[in-house]
Design a protein around this ligand. Structure first.
Ligand code: AMP
Ligand code: ZN
Length: 487
């Protein structure tokens, strides 16, 4: 099934068959967060989308090296240009902390949120500050190759020179003239030869906190450079997938491609994959617009725009119900609908282990399984997959209610389908199973069973033992009493 995966490539603006350079290995780089504040739900949407891709590629047999960086230096306030202060340094000054204390705090917070949302950790999570040497080496190469120039301790990329032989706007599909005419003049322009030039290395002012020595003096790397240096270090000159949010296309990813081509002569990635934005009333959720809110506010409901809180898996399900390339508008009604849908799916999932096979079958699962793969092979279409899983849930409910017969082989396939797509690929888990009260409830059931046994009501005690066994709990009578364990 894996040969049929199609992925939308921003570079070519069409869905293309996914052909890794070195199958079964896949290299995937995703731009990670700038750890100067808590990640908001919009950021989470992007990382959940790439988690879905990582999980799917793994599920169909690829060995994925998933690199997602942490930006802990070099990202200036003006995202598009080289203006303003370093976001982390600024926060450190305000909080009177070391920049690395800020980095630590928000990296830990980011990991916590990712874990709560059940996203898998990447294979490598490199940081910008851990790769200063690699970045300096890359600047040297770009200078040597003639695509950059130095002015008073800073180094800039020469976009117009690059565009003479290469295509600077290849990713956005915009030509240089158009870009030159439609770009506002940004800060830090005085030293630049051209309006679109961007910094590879920036001379540090004396008050700047995070700085390193370099051949051009004390300074710090430009934001775009870290991703070029780290993706090349861990995935090579050319790899399969490079991803990030759609808002990174015009500047960050455009500049990453230019740097990489200037350095290595090739576009780093064959497939450029971009996730669409989480919006609130149609507007991109962003910290600077003031319409962002935090994952824990959504879990607890503590935000004036929320009617109530929603569990982390409901939030994940809500995100997966939209295709990653569509915008997704956040709203109470949409969340409530997702909560109902998620419960419906999980209720069916919980019935699965207790279903009994018949001698004959009224349903074939194979075509449903094929449709689930077809949905994911069509550019990771999770909403279509979820619709198929609702169909599987209807089957489970019918078999459970005795309205439909299923034989052992089809029942086994149905179980595989649900485990593979719900747990492994969508990364959804039954939150009830995490319930801290579960041991207490089990102990209560065990004591009722023992009471029945001591009253010689063996029919009831056996029924309890068998019922627990069907849902995966084994009972063992010992001198210390009856112990339960999950098989
Ligand atoms: P940042 O920390 O600002 O560099 O953003 C981290 C990632 O989150 C980037 O890939 C952004 O494109 C993405 N992102 C930011 N805002 C949103 C949003 N509202 N919806 C989806 N992704 C977003
Ligand atoms: Zn990046």
């Amino acid at each position: 099934m894996k040969q049929n995966l199609f992925v939308y490539n921003t570079l070519t603006r069409k869905k293309e068959e996914f052909k890794p350079l070195n199958a079964p290995h896949v290299g995937m780089y995703v731009c990670g967060p700038t750890v100067y504040s808590d990640v908001h739900l919009g950021n989470c949407r992007t990382y959940i989308s790439f988690d879905l891709m990582f999980r799917y590629l793994t599920a169909i047999g690829y060995k994925v090296r998933y690199v997602r960086n942490v930006t802990d230096a070099g990202h200036l306030e003006g995202d598009a240009g080289d203006e303003g202060e370093d976001k982390i340094s600024k926060k450190a000054k305000i909080a009177q902390l070391e920049p690395m204390e800020i980095v630590q705090k928000y990296t830990v917070g980011f990991h916590d949120v990712m874990q709560i949302l059940n996203t898998l950790p990447p294979s490598i999570e490199p940081t910008a500050t851990g790769h200063i040497i690699e970045q300096i080496e890359m600047v040297k190469l770009i200078l040597e190759n003639g695509y950059a120039y130095e002015v008073d301790g800073s180094v800039y990329f020469d976009v117009e020179k690059y565009n003479k032989t290469k295509n600077y706007g290849i990713l956005s599909g915009r030509n240089l003239e158009d870009l030159l005419n439609n770009t506002r003049t940004l800060g830090g322009q005085q030293e630049k030869h051209g309006k679109l030039d961007f910094a590879l290395w920036i001379k540090a002012k004396p008050e700047h906190l995070m700085k390193w020595p370099s051949p051009w003096g004390v300074g710090f790397p430009g934001w775009h450079l870290e991703c070029s240096a780290m993706s090349q270090k861990y995935l090579g000159d050319q790899f399969d997938i490079h991803g990030g949010g759609l808002d990174l296309v015009p500047t960050h990813h455009t500049n990453e491609i230019a740097q990489h081509v200037a350095c290595c002569g090739k576009n780093p990635a064959n497939y450029w994959v971009h996730t669409n934005m989480l919006t609130v009333n149609g507007q991109k959720m962003s910290k600077s617009l003031g319409n962002s809110f935090l994952p824990h506010e959504l879990f607890s409901g503590e935000n004036s725009i929320l009617n109530k809180g929603y569990s982390p898996m409901t939030v994940r399900f809500f995100m997966l119900q939209a295709h990653y390339r569509s915008t997704l508008d956040f709203g109470n009604e949409a969340m409530e609908a997702s909560e109902k849908g998620f419960k419906r799916l999980m209720n069916a999932y919980a019935l699965l282990d207790g279903l009994k096979a018949s001698n004959s079958t009224e349903i074939e699962i194979e075509p449903l399984m094929a449709r689930c793969y077809a949905a994911m092979n069509d550019d990771f279409n999770s909403p279509v997959l979820i619709a198929e899983l609702f169909e599987a849930s209807r089957i489970i409910n019918s078999v459970h209610d005795g309205k439909m017969k299923i034989d052992a082989a089809n029942l086994e396939l149905l179980k595989t389908l649900m485990h593979t797509f719900v747990e492994d690929i969508l990364g959804l888990k039954d939150e009830q199973a995490d319930n801290d009260d579960l041991p207490k409830i089990l102990n209560l059931i065990v004591s009722l069973r023992n009471e029945a046994k001591s009253n010689k009501d063996y029919a009831t005690s056996d029924k309890i033992r068998e019922g627990l066994s069907q849902i995966g709990f084994q009972l063992k009578d010992s001198k210390e009493g009856t112990l339960w364990s999950k098989s």
